[in-house]
Structure formats: C-alpha cells, structure tokens
Design a protein around this ligand. Sequence first.
Ligand code: HEC
Ligand code: HEC
Length: 264
Amino acid sequence: MLPERLRKAPTWFLVPALAVGCILAAAGFTRIHAAQQTAPPAGTPPALTPQQQLIHQGKLIFDYTPQYAAQWTGNTLTCTDCHRLSGTVDYASPMIDVAGLFPMFSKRAGHVITLQNRIQECFVRSENGKPLPADSPQMKALIAYINSLWTNGEKNKPYKYRGLEPLPQLTGNPARGKVIYAAQCAACHQADGQGIPDAYPPLWGLNSYNDGAGMVHNAKFAAWVQHNMPLQSPGLLSPQEAWDIAAYVNSQPRPHFNQTYKSY
Ligand code: HEC
Ligand code: HEC
C-alpha cells in the first residue's frame, strides 16, 4: 500500500523527501566510485541470509497483510495501517521491544498468551479474519520481523512509547464528531468512511475492523487518533475532539466479531 499512498500524499511530504533523496543520491555517487575499485560485478544481488529473508517476508506481510496473508484477513486493513510505518511510530502501538514482553498475562483472555496468540488476536478482531496458525510460514515470518525490532534485548522491559498514550477519560459527542470528521478526516477517509483503496484505509463498513477490535473502544480510538491523525498534522485535535470523533466513527456500522474466536 505504501507506494500508491506516497504518490497521493500531499506535497509537503516531498520537501524533506527530496532533501533526503539528494543526500542519498550524493552518498550513492561516492559509493559507486569506491565500488568501481572493489565490488563484485554490477547486478549481483546482495546476499541475504535465510534469517534476513524471513524478516523481509515478515515486513511484507505486516505492510501488505491482505495480499500476503489473504486466507486469514477479512478486510482491507494492513497491520501498518494502525501500527504505523511498519510498527515503528511511538504511541501507534509500535512493535519495538514487544518481543521481549511475551509470554504475558492477558486480561482479555484471562490467561498467559504468547506473541503468536497476540498476533492472532489482531487477525480475528482488527483484521476481521481468522487466527493465523502459529506454525505457519507467515506467522514465523511475522515473528522474525517483530523480533528484529527487539532492540533492548531485555525480557519484560517495555519500550518507553509502547502502546497508546491514554487521554483523559471524557465523553464523546457523535454529533460534534461528525462535524469535525467532515473538516479533518473526510478528505482522505471520505465522507462515507470507506477511504480510497490502496491509499487511505476505511474507518467503518465491511472492510474495516470488527466490533471486537481494540479500536472499537472509544478510549483507544481517541488515544490512537489524537497522536496519529490527521496524517499531515498529528496532535492537532484536542482530547475532547478526539473523543467526539471516536463516538461518531464507532457509531457507524462495521462487521460483527465472530464469537467462535472469542478465546483470542
Ligand atoms: C485496526 C487497527 C489494527 C490493526 C489493523 C492491527 N492492529 Fe495490532 N493492535 C491494535 C491495537 C489498538 C492494539 C492495542 C494497543 C494498546 O492497547 O496498547 C494492538 C496490539 C497489537 C500487539 C501487542 C502490542 C503490545 O505492545 O503489546 C501486537 C503484537 C499486534 N497488535 C500485532 C498486529 C499485527 C501483526 C497486525 C496485522 C496482522 C495487527 N496487529 C493489526 C490495532 C490494530
Ligand atoms: C492526509 C490524509 C489523512 C487524513 C486527513 C486523515 N487520515 Fe487517517 N489515515 C491516513 C493514512 C494514510 C492511514 C494509514 C496509516 C499510515 O499510513 O500512517 C490512516 C489511518 C487511520 C486509522 C487507522 C486505520 C483504520 O482505517 O482504522 C484511523 C482510525 C484513522 N486514520 C482515523 C483518522 C481520523 C479520525 C482523521 C481525522 C481526524 C484522519 N484519520 C485523517 C490518512 C489520513
């Protein structure tokens, strides 16, 4: 989903991107000069170890979930739509150092769960799909990718900006939320909440998260949105505005959670 999105992204985005591009081009230029003396013949692909290949595959599944794990997804959302920029954004529930926290006790499940179980939970709720089998190649790849973001190497030590930063507990007003949605969100996610395929993800309807997902709780939705949206200026919304939009978006229709999977 990323390349199309970049093409449609507002132009402000291009300014730093161009600057970085120039620096990279300059760096590449020097590298070519150095490379002419020592490197193997042009066109030789960089050799990835099997572990690096697995990590790469896991990142593809994370960024393009409906394509690479089609059998287990029931909507068009990718992991990276919520765990932004491949799980690297603070307070967008990043995957950084998450690997060292599992197995852990889950309040929702009422017992100790593995990282595989936690991923399955997002498959059956946020992805409105089916539990990705723990021994599947896709699960192994996702685990390898998340493990590659375990940077502190310490068991049970969470990353400083893990999860979501809770907002004060307020009451959202859906009528006010509708007005703010039209002004701040509809340009990308559209007035009907369906987004634009391969560019902006849907916020409700058949291709959205189901009513068993974390985002259905207004406190989580508001916390996520206040820190991450609108895309071009996160932090713009007041906590009250974020709660109002949460109340509006979560009052719209969405798929029902399949109770067969309630142990996840
Ligand atoms: C609709 C949004 C959404 C999508 C899509 C989504 N998740 Fe999540 N995920 C969440 C939320 C919300 C949480 C809980 C954050 C919190 O409460 O701290 C979460 C939590 C997690 C956690 C636990 C993080 C922690 O710090 O303990 C993992 C692991 C995870 N998700 C993996 C995935 C994977 C892998 C995918 C794709 C297959 C995915 N998620 C898709 C919203 C989403
Ligand atoms: C400039 C376009 C743009 C605007 C404006 C925007 N979003 Fe988003 N939104 C995105 C993109 C792109 C993503 C996917 C995450 C990413 O790429 O970082 C996203 C992801 C999301 C998600 C998580 C994925 C999903 O579909 O459930 C939610 C929730 C969300 N936006 C809500 C909002 C709300 C509420 C507003 C208004 C306050 C808003 N967005 C404004 C582009 C936008």
